[in-house]
Design a protein around this ligand. Structure first.
Ligand code: NZQ
Ligand code: ZN
Length: 385
């Protein structure tokens, strides 16, 4: 498979790297500081950032309250602040939601078109307000990729998009100490998301991607190994560091050179667009069911993964039975780290099944490993109930 690999984001990784803001932002810049509902104030990062921006004589504007599963209304509010005040730089401080919203703001601020039209690719950006990020939650990989996922508050459509090179952060500061306060449930979500990104890239349609496969297998195995330790010891810097590294390497482009599947993510985005559940929760529910479903059409790679990751042997089982057993191992792992594994546990039943199918942001099919149409998606969702 031919590919282009391009990643311009400078990553400053490690303890105390916040000091790099002084090199990255020019003094006197008009900065829009974006953040969520206030965790950064509780653990002191907000004060630290503001102090440095003041030292740099920056004129600071703020957009706070960016929601988990960030909404178009927040993006629009940010675009308005940028346009009204000629903002020169956006500094996003938070998890994936804050950074994703800020990516959309950065292109919306330099376009005459409505930002939603850029998100759904009716129009394409020609410029952006440069963006820097200080990551506080290891999960999405958004800190070193051009992707963003925004929910339209009115239609409930949750749309993933990328407009490289404009939506790459110029820099990202990754200090594991900034993730020490992430609560258990959000840490679990981050673990599931990281594993899911590795799985999505593992299930590609390429027949000469052995090294990528091995990277993915060993990264998943490593995440599964450290997760229980981290969940027992949330303040452990070294484990946070390990997770932060795995999550950004897991989705910074290096493992996507063979393509990927991404159906699990597409289906999850429809579910969290309507029901606003956490991305990681949705993925934990959908992943094993997706795996069982596609194994009935194309079992080979599920079998390879199960044999290598869990050391399972067929022992007289047929392909379908064996793949079910492998998918059940994922459910067992997700249960062990305390994440729901059915939609029912999240209070979601089949009442709005058709809405979930219709809410999919897709063409005729989704999926790189096995192509799925709306009938397939409906069946997978039923299995998740
Ligand atoms: O709102 P604040 O106060 O920031 O609190 C957040 C939020 O409540 C909290 N949190 C973050 N850092 C913390 C902290 N609490 C205590 N201490 C800290 N250090 O955690 C909650 C969840 O934050 P959020 O940013 O929503 O989580 P995450 O990073 O998992 O991002 C999820 C979003 O990213 C999208 C998802 O769909 C979802 O909308 N994704 C983005 C991707 C990308 N751009 O590449 C890929 C992913 O597959 C994913 O789809
Ligand atoms: Zn994800």
């Amino acid at each position: 498979m031919n590919f282009v690999l391009y990643n311009p984001t400078r990553v400053h990784f490690g303890k105390g790297k916040i000091e790099k803001l002084k090199d990255e932002i020019k003094s006197g810049t008009k900065v829009l500081l974006t953040y969520g509902s206030g965790s950064i104030k509780k653990f002191g990062l907000y004060d630290e950032v503001l102090k440095i921006l003041k030292e740099l004589d920056c004129e600071v504007y703020e957009l706070n309250g960016i929601e988990p599963n960030p909404k178009l209304s927040s993006v629009r509010a940010g675009v308005e602040i940028c346009k009204k005040n000629n903002i020169e730089f956006i500094l996003a401080v938070g998890g994936g939601s804050v950074i994703d919203a800020s990516k959309a703001i950065s292109i919306g601020a330099k376009s005459e078109h409505d930002v939603w039209d850029l998100i759904v690719k009716k129009y394409f950006p020609q410029d952006r307000v440069p963006l820097g990020a200080i990551l506080t939650l290891a999960a999405t990989g958004t800190e070193m990729n051009p992707n963003s996922v925004i929910t339209n508050d009115e239609t409930k459509q949750k749309v993933g998009f990328a407009h490289p090179p404009y939506t790459f952060p110029v820099f990202s500061i990754l200090d594991p100490a900034n993730t020490l306060t992430v609560p258990k449930n959000q840490t679990v979500n981050g673990i599931v998301d990281t594993i899911s990104h590795l799985l999505e890239q593992y299930f590609n349609d390429t027949d000469n991607g052995e090294l990528v496969d091995r990277f993915c297998e060993s990264s998943i195995s490593y995440m599964m190994e450290i997760s229980p330790k981290l969940l027992d010891d949330l303040g452990n810097y070294q484990l946070r560091e390990a997770m932060m590294y795995t999550s950004f390497v897991g989705l910074n482009g290096i493992l996507s050179v063979c393509g990927g599947d991404w159906s699990t993510h597409d289906i999850e985005h429809s579910v969290s667009g309507i029901y606003d559940i956490s991305h990681g929760v949705g993925l934990a529910i959908i992943t094993p069911n997706w795996m069982k479903y596609v194994a009935r059409k194309r079992p080979e790679k599920v079998i390879k993964l199960g044999e290598r990751l869990f050391g399972l042997k067929k022992d007289g089982l047929n392909d379908i039975e064996f793949c079910d057993k492998i998918a059940d191992e994922f459910t067992k792992f997700f249960k062990s780290i305390g994440v729901p594994t059915t939609l029912g546990e999240c209070g979601i039943n089949d009442e709005r099944l058709e809405d979930l199918v219709d809410n999919m942001y897709m063409g005729d099919t989704i999926g790189g490993y096995v192509k799925l149409n709306k009938d397939d998606i409906r069946e997978i969702l039923k299995m998740c109930m």
